[in-house]
Ligand binder design. Structure first.
Ligand code: KG4
Ligand code: ZN
Length: 339
């Protein structure tokens, strides 16, 4: 089964063709980060306009790269939410129209389920049940996954997402948006033990996160060390990164031990952080826990993960309707992932 995936929830217009939920035939990502960089964050209206311009060429290029024509597609999978409404609408409306014209099924995919499914696009995949972290610019969620269609939310951030904290600290030290990879690069030149920022673990049994405290603590540190700031920046980046990573690792291993899982999958933009992966792997090994991460190109937003999730939804006959709409946030009171 060949599924065309489409993703437009934030500042990437992406399309991918994936065979049997596993093999990527082509994957194209048109990123808008350079445009948004000068504003210090994503400007929703600009994002929507750029999606309109990019969607047709991106899908055309994907077909060309895979050497396929439209009539060889079996289903269209598209991000339905959460994300920016205007941005989501471009991909969602395009997918509906294409599925209608080709008379094939279309499925609206939850973006977070997409990230979770990015782990299956690898040769080496975790065994069920496993613990999955989605760590992105908008979410920090820990799930217990016992089948391809079952996502049980164990914990989530109560304030800032971890990627958001990276982005905000990056802005504070003048590196701009997006901040994750910039902080990671600068941290390589710093000493993580020089400045100790607070680790917030919340209640003993909680798998929730809070990253607003560390953000304020970094800001206070910057304000009281203004005269030496330039030379302190690498240590600030390293100290901040280490504190955040320590909290993520602590909760992930605790979740694994509680549920007796022996595999952890990390996904989302923050999973591209190599220091995080390395330290998590080292710590997890002490408990005979294995760590899985998608290739870097599939950690950030992409359409192959949407096609992968779409494949399992089609197999479950979990189709969407042409009068379905996009949504900006997961419904309150849901498991955090239901539409
Ligand atoms: O999954 P993603 O591409 O988009 C969302 O769904 O939000 O995640 C983007 C987030 C941004 O906050 C970015 O700063 C962060 O992932 N990120 C990183 C790294 N690369 C991207 N955070 C830490 N280290 C990185 N290397
Ligand atoms: Zn994402």
């Amino acid at each position: 089964m060949i599924v065309l995936g489409i993703e437009s929830s934030c500042d990437e217009t992406a399309a991918a063709l994936v065979k049997d939920g596993k093999t990527i035939l082509a994957s194209v990502i048109a990123s808008q980060t350079e445009t948004h960089h000068k504003y210090g964050g994503v400007v929703p209206e600009i994002a929507s306009r750029m999606h309109i311009e990019a969607i047709v060429p991106v899908v055309d290029k994907t077909l060309l790269d895979a050497g396929l024509s439209l009539d060889q597609i079996d289903a269209v999978a598209v991000t339905r939410g959460p994300g920016l409404i205007g941005a989501l609408l471009i991909g969602f409306s395009f997918a509906k129209a294409l599925a209608y014209a080709l008379n094939i099924k279309f499925v609206g995919v939850n973006h977070l389920e997409g990230h979770i499914n990015s782990i299956y696009l690898n040769d080496n995949t975790p065994d069920f049940p496993f613990i999955s972290l989605v760590a992105s610019g908008g979410h920090t969620n820990i799930y217990y996954i016992n089948s391809p269609d079952n996502f049980e939310l164990m914990g989530q951030t109560r304030d800032d997402a971890v990627g958001e904290a990276f982005d905000k600290v990056s802005k504070m030290i003048g590196l701009g948006y997006p901040g994750g990879s910039a902080i990671e690069k600068l941290a390589e030149k710093g000493d993580p033990s020089k400045i100790s920022f607070p680790r917030t673990y919340l209640e003993k049994d909680s798998f929730d996160f809070s990253f607003s405290g560390i953000k304020s603590s970094v800001l206070r540190y910057i304000n009281s060390n203004k005269e030496k700031l330039q030379s302190l920046k690498p240590d600030i980046a390293a100290g901040f990164q280490e504190a955040v990573i320590d909290v993520l690792i602590h909760k992930l291993i605790k979740a694994c031990l509680k549920t007796r899982c022996s595999d952890i999958a990390i996904t989302g933009g923050v999973a591209a952080n190599h220091t995080f992966y390395e330290k998590l792997s080292r710590e997890a090994a002490k408990y005979s826990i294995n760590v899985f991460v998608p290739p870097k190109s599939l950690c950030g937003d992409n359409a192959a993960m949407i096609a992968a999730r779409g494949y399992s939804m089609v197999k479950e006959k979990n189709f969407s309707r042409f009068d379905d709409d996009v949504f900006s946030r997961n419904k309150a009171g849901s498991t955090g992932i239901k539409n």
